[in-house]
Each structure stands twice: as C-alpha cells, then as structure tokens.
Design a protein around this ligand. Structure first.
Ligand code: HEM
Length: 544
C-alpha cells in the first residue's frame, strides 16, 4: 500500500526532529566528554533533579567530586566544582564568566528581578553599587544596637520560657532550629526597615512565613534544575497563585509588610531613620525596586545566618572540652573588662581568638549556602584545571559550586576535616615550622571566607551576619548550658540549597558561675543535716 503525501510529510518531519534531537544530545554529551560524572548526567537532567530532591545534595555532590575529580559533570552542559581556585576565578571582578541561567530561579517576583537574580551583568553591578553602602556600618548607624536588642529578646525568651529546672521538677526543652530562625528574621527585618516582624515577641511565626517557605521547597528544587520553567510564572493562572503583597499569610504577607515599610518612607510625612532603607532611597532606588529587594534581603539573610548559628551552638555545646575552652576565654576577658555587658561588642568579639576559631569552624563544617550559584563559561569556552589536568568546557556550560565538598577538603583543612575542631584555626608560632603554619592557616582562611561567595557576587550582608554570630554564639553559651535531647539523632535535616532543620531539641539550663556550680553540685549530694544521698552501685561486682 502506498503512503499518502500527508503520512510521508509526517514521517519525514518526525525523522528530522529525531535526528536533530540525537545530534544535539550527542553534541552536548561530547562537549563535556572529558569530565567524569554519573553515566546518565551527560544525557539528561533527571540525575540532577533526583539529587537536588534527595535532601542530601551536599553529600552526593561531594561524593561525585571525590570520585570523578574536583570539577565533574552533573547534567548536560552542567558541572559542579569543589575547587576554591575555580570558584574565585569565576566570581572575580574582571572574570569573563557570568551568572548562569541557574540564578533565574532566585527571582521571587513574576515580573521583577532582584540583586540575586539579575542575569544581566551591567544591571547587577549597577544595583549592587547602589545597595552596598546601605550594608555598611557607616550608613546604618543603628546596626549594632538593633542586633543587641533582638539578641536580648532572644535570650529573654530562652531564659523566661524554655529554661529547665530539673531540681524543681521543671522539665522543658527548646527547639533551637525554630528560635534561631526567629532571631535572625527579627534582626533582618529590624535592620532592613526599622521594624521587627515580631517572631521573638510572639514566640511564633506570625505570618506563617516559615511554613509557607517549606511548602514552596518542591518548586524551588524543580526551578533550580529546569530554570526555563520560571517563564511559566508569567502565565496568568500561575501568576495568580503566586505569593503577593495583599496575601494575609505566608511569603505574601512578608511582601506586604515590606511594602508597607517602604511606603511609609515615601509618603508626604515620610518616616526618616538613618538605616539601610534610607541609604537605598538616597541612592535613588524606586519604591518597586525596594519592595523586591527588601524581600530578597529577608530570604538571603535569615536562613543562612540561622543555620550557621544553630550548628555552631550544636557543635560547641556537644563537645565539652571546646565549650570549656571557649567559656574560659570569655570569663578571663570579662574579668579583665574586655567584654561589655550585657552584650559583647562586635569589635570585642573579633579579637577573641578561640571564639573566632569556633565561628569559622561552624561555618566550615556546615557551610550555610549549598545552592549551586552556577556561573557560566564565556563565549570562547574555558580551560578548567581538574586536579592538574586541563579540560575544555564549551561556551554556555554552567559550573555550580559544591560548598560542602570545598569546606570538607582534607587537602586544605587536614585529615580530620570531618570533625569539628576549632583548634585547627589557631596558628602555632613555634620554631622553624612557623612559616608553613602561617601558610596552612592562610589557605584555610581564604577558603572558609568563600562561604560568603567572592568578588563581584560576594555576600553584601556578611558584616551583619558575622556580627550576629559573634554576639549570639557567645552570649547564649555564657547564659545557658545546652544539652542535646537526642545525641543519636540531634535533628532532622533536609538540604535544598540551604538547610531545613527541624526537631533540634535541647535542654537549656541556666549557667551559673563555677563556684555556684560547685555549690549546687554539693547541695545535690548532701542534705542540710550533713547526711548524703546514695545511688546504689550497679549489681554485678565480683564476689570477694
Ligand atoms: C552566615 C550567613 C550568610 C552566608 C553564609 C551568606 C552567603 C551568601 C552567598 C554564598 C551569596 C551568593 C554568592 C554568589 O552568588 O556567588 C550571598 C549573596 C548575598 N547575601 Fe548573603 N550570606 C549570609 C548572610 C546574609 C545576610 C545577613 C544578608 C542581609 C543582611 C545577606 C545578603 C546577601 C545579598 C544581598 C546577596 C546578593 C549579593 C549579590 O548578588 O551581589 N546575606 N550570600
């Protein structure tokens, strides 16, 4: 039977499309053939989607870099690197690498870009120049006072509502994952626009923001892999379902809160306050730009700092020798009048070597941002050094960042890189090894600082974040003794570009002075009449 002309056309069209598809797939595959990776990653993005959805993307990418080299393939036209030199090269001020399409997933608004999502380098540089001064302490004169105020509220909340007093049969636990987020959310809202959301005052999520963020995680994951899907956000039906500033709850409510604070500054009786928002307005940022940027500040500045804070507290408080050493350093400094009360000054904290070592180690062992932050290879392509072998990456290839692999690299941080050990940051200045020692610490310093990004993409909120950590780590541990409720499984974790931690329950008891502790211990073992308490020995002693 002869084929009709229509069937023939359909057949030819199908064959042509199929040939084109196969040709394109082969071209893409061979473009990155020199780079190792999971066998399927050269052909489709499904492996990447599976990895990003696994809740363990940081560990899986680290395995890939260990197995296939410091820069390896994770999808067609997509590599991941744990090499600090390549990360610096891509982010440097005059680098020909640009932001990759991956960044489009950080657009929180259907129409408006923000500083983290601009793919246009000129627009990004322009908005960054206008925003950077607002983040500096010079223009943001209330910064330290704002952080102190929120920290005192945080400490009051723990002290007033969550402290356990087992000797009086008061048994309570506190979920550090929840309250550290409350602290950083209130700091960022106060610092950004002069008014807190009220998380700490109400000891709850007043807008349903955190719950809403958790609901959006699957979308965040899919958009991070299939970035072209962000275009769907323009479809009216989908757009209508997105958070908007008129919403009563969730991210939309936060957008509304930000919008109201911005509008207060522009109205006829515009509120004036020498702060971040004011600095942005002075540099000509419009009301629309500000609404979108303030929302970005909140998402960029809260989870990252909260995870750094809770993980540092977790590691210190579950390592008694480290805790003792930190408290000894602090108590000596308090006795010498080098630490202001009730809250340590940022400048005072910066010169406490062991505290700084603990904070760096906390950032290193749990780098707060695990999102790929992918940069794009320039039009001429680029030679990439993979463990001493030069490999060619064609134009348009995106190269993501494996922060976990980078911060756990034994070649940089030592054979015990998997262990929380602040001592690695202390420079030993003894004898002929002094130069080698300084070089070792310098290399670690240069790498850990990459937790905040680098060069023209480096974090603008770094000063705010380090101030929060400097103060909150020390002041919390000076006041409370923290004991994890379940050392076998201290928290639940879902890694999605940042960490979602839940059930991080601790028993917090009030820390007393050493002398008072001794007295309390004595009182526990001896009654007022001189008689003691007894705990019978475990049965099973060898018979005499
Ligand atoms: C420990 C806490 C923090 C960490 C680890 C962190 C890390 C980062 C990283 C990795 C980037 C992106 C780098 C890149 O694209 O290559 C970034 C960007 C950014 N961060 Fe942070 N951040 C922290 C806290 C904050 C805070 C508290 C704020 C706000 C007050 C903030 C505001 C920003 C902004 C505005 C950007 C975008 C900069 C740009 O695109 O030019 N961050 N941060």
């Amino acid at each position: 039977m002869l084929a009709t002309p229509t069937t023939t056309i359909a057949l030819v069209a199908t064959l042509t499309l199929l040939t084109l598809y196969i040709y394109n797939s082969l071209r893409t595959y061979y473009g990155l053939r020199d780079f190792g990776g999971h066998w399927s990653s050269g052909w489709s993005r499904l492996w990447m989607l599976k990895t990003q959805s696994s809740g363990r993307m940081n560990k899986i990418f680290t395995k890939v870099n260990l197995k296939y080299g410091s820069t390896a393939r994770i999808a067609p036209k997509f590599l991941v690197t744990s090499d600090p030199a390549l990360f610096r090269r891509m982010s440097a001020v005059r680098s020909p690498f640009t932001r990759g399409g991956w960044y489009a997933a950080l657009k929180l608004h259907p129409e408006r870009d923000n500083i983290t999502s601009y793919l246009d380098e000129t627009k990004h540089a322009e908005i960054r120049n206008r925003m950077a001064p607002g983040y500096s302490g010079k223009e943001n004169v209330h910064l330290e006072q704002d952080v102190d105020e929120q920290l005192l509220k945080f400490l009051d909340l723990v002290g007033g509502k969550y402290v356990a007093e087992p000797e009086r049969e008061v048994f309570r636990t506190v979920d550090l994952s929840r309250i550290t987020s409350y602290f950083t959310l209130d700091v960022i809202s106060k610092v950004a626009f002069g008014q807190t959301f009220g998380f700490l005052d109400q000891d709850e999520d007043p807008f349903g923001y955190l719950a809403n963020l958790a609901q959006m995680l699957p979308a965040i994951i899919v958009f991070g892999v299939y970035t072209e899907l962000t275009k769907l956000l323009k479809i009216p039906l989908i757009k209508a379902a997105l958070p908007k500033s008129t919403d009563k709850r969730g991210l939309g409510r936060v957008m509304g809160f930000a919008r109201d604070r911005v509008q207060e500054r522009f109205g006829p009786k515009g509120v004036r306050r020498q702060d971040m928002l004011d600095a942005f307005i002075k540099r000509g940022m419009t009301e629309e730009e500000l609404e979108s940027e303030t929302l970005t500040q909140i998402t960029a500045g809260s989870d990252s700092t909260a995870s750094a804070l809770r993980m540092t507290l977790h590691f210190i408080s579950t390592s008694p020798p480290i805790l003792s050493r930190l408290l000894a350093e602090a108590n000596i400094a308090i006795d010498a009048g080098r630490i202001s009360r009730p809250i340590i000054k940022d400048a005072e904290a910066r010169v406490l070597p062991y505290l700084q070592a603990c904070i760096k180690e906390g950032l290193r062992i749990y780098p707060p941002v695990t999102g790929l932050m992918a940069k794009q290879v320039p039009p001429e392509g680029a030679m990439i050094d993979v463990d001493g072998v030069e490999k060619f990456a064609p134009p348009g290839t995106q190269i993501g960042w494996n922060s976990w692999g980078m911060m756990h690299d034994p070649a940089i941080f030592g054979q015990d890189a998997e262990i929380f050990r602040p001592e690695r940051w202390l420079v030993r200045s003894d004898g002929h090894e002094a130069e080698k020692e300084a070089e070792r610490v310098r290399r670690m310093d240069e790498t850990v600082t990459l937790c905040f990004g680098y060069g023209r993409f480096g974090c603008l909120g770094r000063g705010v974040a380090t101030m929060e950590l400097n103060k909150a780590v020390l002041e919390t541990l000076l006041r409370f003794n923290l004991q994890s409720c379940n050392l076998a499984k201290p928290f639940d974790e879902n890694v999605v570009g940042f960490y979602v931690h839940t059930n991080m329950n601790f028993v917090a008891t009030r820390r007393r002075g050493e002398e008072e502790d001794e007295k309390a211990g004595f009182a526990l073992l001896h009654h007022g009449d001189g008689s003691g308490v007894e705990a019978g020995a475990l049965a099973g002693a060898p018979e005499e």
